[in-house]
Design a protein around this ligand. Structure first.
Ligand code: ADP
Ligand code: MG
Length: 255
């Protein structure tokens, strides 16, 4: 490799185009081989840098999202869940609701696919360039309570506050005390009309009051969450139980 190429590679690195820098010799070789015009050469180089950059950003967003597992919507078997249609799943996948800052509430008993759908939509959003975070209600409360003295919690809450989509899994699994309810309200208020929230819960909003405790805070939270919302009720039998693996080596048969 001649020294001019190396110098140019260094210039590219200075300009924070490391991907192009690494590939430059290959680009020059191809340009000669295929007799690229100046315009073609420049276009190849720039689209390569942009593509690599977006892939890296998507990787970073995926890491920050902190999904407990990764399952796509394509892996969701729609015929196993009669309470949602493939058309609805397709519509959700288009993410118009996210662009319009709509919230989604996924309700239903354990094992019906609430978390799976939430993660699937989260993955879709990441692919389309959105910033996403996932936390269970328990983790979220922990973050809120420890933000004053744990930098780690501060960092994660900052990401949550900056996200386009905030997934809160298993809402109201536990009763909240006054301080927790207050902290939770402030978070929801912060996200209100700036981001979309996906909430999953095994209890409907009419029961959230008991768990939040304070009537005023409950109303204020519900006001914001339900202002622009799509509620999806999943009702089928638990997929988890139906398809649990058995220690006897065969899939269990539902009774
Ligand atoms: P929930 O959050 O409603 O309790 P999950 O989404 O965690 O339930 O689902 C439990 C398990 O069953 C997960 O591994 C999930 O991927 C799987 N599952 C549930 N419903 C379906 C479905 N319709 N198609 C494929 N897998 C499913
Ligand atoms: Mg779940």
């Amino acid at each position: 490799m001649n020294s001019t190429v190396q110098t140019m590679q260094n210039y590219f690195r200075h300009l924070r185009m490391a991907e192009t820098a690494n590939e430059l010799p290959e680009f020059l070789r191809k340009a000669e081989k295929f007799s690229w015009t100046y315009q073609e050469f420049l276009e190849e180089l720039l689209t390569y840098e942009l593509k690599r950059r977006e892939a890296k950003n998507a990787e970073r967003r995926l890491k920050w999202a902190k999904f407990p597992y990764q399952k796509t919507l394509d892996e969701f078997q729609i015929d196993e869940q009669k309470s949602i249609s493939s058309r609805q799943i397709k519509q959700l996948k288009e993410l118009n609701w996210l662009e319009q800052q709509y919230n989604l509430i996924l309700l239903g008993p354990p094992g019906v696919g609430k978390t799976h759908i939430a993660i699937g939509l989260g993955l879709e959003a990441i692919q389309k360039g959105f910033q996403v975070t996932f936390s269970t209600m328990g983790e979220l409360i922990h973050l809120l309570k420890t933000q004053e003295y744990l930098t780690k919690s501060q960092t994660q809450l900052k990401r949550i506050n900056e996200s386009d989509l905030v997934i809160i899994d298993d809402l109201m699994y536990m009763a909240m005390d006054q301080r927790e309810a207050n902290l939770f309200f402030h978070l929801i208020n912060n996200l209100y009309e700036r981001s979309s929230i996906i909430l999953t819960s095994n209890k409907g909003p009419e029961q959230w009051g008991e768990l939040i405790g304070d009537q005023g805070i409950t109303t204020a939270i519900l006001d914001r969450l339900l202002h622009r919302v799509e509620v999806i009720q999943l009702n089928e039998d638990s997929y988890r139980i139906k398809y649990r693996s058995s220690i006897f080596g065969e899939k269990s048969v539902q009774t």
